[in-house]
Design a protein around this ligand. Structure first.
Ligand SMILES: [Zn+2]
Length: 440
């Protein structure tokens, strides 16, 4: 469950390689340079005036036909997915990819040349923590062509992929955790494959001048044509995973989640990254604390502390934002990384303990009961919790809205409340809490 805090990485020194561009057939040289923290991956067009750079981010995605093209203004870089996959999987967060053409070298159609390049440059740790995208609930995208991508919560970055060719020929499945070692051994050597019927029109139009059996496997009917034999019996699905890693790198954050992919392609990969970016924007917007009303109807922190005996670090409500009639109350608690429980729950992967959410519900409910009894001579004791469910994890930066409703009161002795906690408009936990009243 726990992991050590992860820091950003860049390359240790500049390293270079040269080769042939797939689409133009021209010779291209590529240099990988170190970059500072927070820089991300940027492509630099050394061959153009002013040497413009293009941020490898989903906002800059231009086309996804056969390969992934990014651009800014009129400047383009084609077929970025293999170099991005290698950088991402080999743990490089920040780097400049400098090229003297509009496309990186295709190599043998795999990411092997980029793994070798990164190893020559070395990978060094930097002083800032990495940015992650934690998958909190299932997300999915699909296309009319039968491609489907599902992203599920997971503590690691995993990909489970099913690849199927025309008429379900060459159907292959592979599931793995993406680590530098696994990538280098299992994924990087897997080469691009194409179907003869797809490339024949392109060859006729002279659109893949650099294409040959030296940098792609060509599938024609049942036949597999390539310069050297297949490197893995399931080389095709491995290359699909390679492309997913490269396209998902456009998210600009490390993903903690499990990608389940069926017949994926660049278009659906990009759709998933867009969905992820939208979710990230939504989270960032909601994480900004909302303006809290004071005075009428609400209780500020001082007033809350006059009612509740709890104090830091055990005061689990910042403010009461309102009462609804006699029976309902809403409180709010901003969760920051400074909460003491994050130190141990869990190092490198902070998640708010569920029992602390139950405590927050109990404290908010107590304030409601205090208001009802209108006396400070009796005090409500938290007696039992029923039907407690923890539905979604709560992370640092979240604001919890704690709702409690009185559902049953027996004289001045017993009270039952129904409570739930909400983050980003979604219920994260709920429970029925029972209280008894005793004289002080
Ligand atoms: Zn590819």
């Amino acid at each position: 469950m726990a992991s050590t805090p992860e820091f950003q990485h860049t390359v240790g020194k500049t390293a270079s390689l040269s080769g042939t561009a797939l689409h133009t057939g021209e010779k291209v040289s590529l240099k990988l340079h170190p970059a500072p923290v927070g820089y991300g991956i940027k492509f630099k067009r050394k061959d153009l005036q002013d040497e413009p750079t293009i941020d490898a981010r989903i906002d800059n995605l231009k086309t996804v036909e056969r390969a992934t093209t990014i651009g800014e203004g009129s400047v383009r870089v084609h077929t970025v997915e293999h170099v991005l996959a290698a950088l991402s999987a080999m743990d490089v967060d920040n780097a400049i990819v400098e090229m003297d053409a509009n496309e990186p070298p295709i190599g043998d159609g795999s990411a092997q040349l980029y793994v070798d390049l990164i190893k020559r440059a070395g990978v060094t740790v930097q002083e800032e923590p990495r940015k992650f995208f934690d998958v909190r609930e299932p997300m999915h995208v699909e296309s009319k062509t039968g491609a489907l991508l599902v992203l599920l919560p997971d503590e690691k970055f995993r990909i489970s992929c099913t690849q199927a060719g025309p008429n379900n020929r060459f159907t292959q499945f592979l599931s793995m955790e993406v680590t530098p070692t696994a990538f280098e051994r299992e994924i990087a050597p897997a080469r691009t494959f194409v179907y003869y019927e797809d490339v024949q029109p392109l060859m006729e139009k002279n659109l893949i001048k650099g294409g040959s059996l030296e940098n792609a496997i060509v599938v024609r009917g049942e036949a597999v044509l390539s310069k050297e034999p297949l490197r893995f019996a399931d080389e095709f699905v491995r290359h699909k995973i390679l492309d997913i890693i490269g396209d998902l790198a456009l998210a600009g954050r490390r993903i903690r989640g499990h990608v389940v992919a069926v017949k994926p392609g660049h278009a659906t990969n990009a759709e998933l990254v867009r969905a992820l970016a939208r979710e990230q924007t939504r989270r960032s917007a909601i994480a900004v604390p909302r303006a809290m009303p004071t005075g009428d109807g609400g209780l500020d922190t001082d007033e809350v502390m006059k009612i509740l005996p709890h104090r830091y670090p055990f005061l689990m409500v910042d403010r009461i934002i309102g009462f609804e009639g006699e029976n309902k109350i809403t409180g709010v608690k901003s969760i920051t990384i400074n909460e003491p429980f994050f130190q141990g729950h869990f190092p490198g992967h902070p998640v708010m303990p569920g029992v602390m959410q139950v405590e927050a519900m109990a404290q908010v409910a107590s304030i409601l009961l205090f208001k009802l009894t209108k006396t400070s001579s009796r005090v409500g004791y938290f007696m039992s919790a029923d039907q407690v469910k923890f539905r979604k994890p709560v992370f640092p930066g979240d604001t919890i809205f704690i709702h409690a409703e009185l559902t049953r009161a027996r004289g001045n002795r017993l009270a039952k409340t129904k409570c739930h906690c909400v983050v980003n408009d979604a219920v994260v936990s709920e429970g029925e809490l029972m209280f008894t009243f005793l004289d002080k």
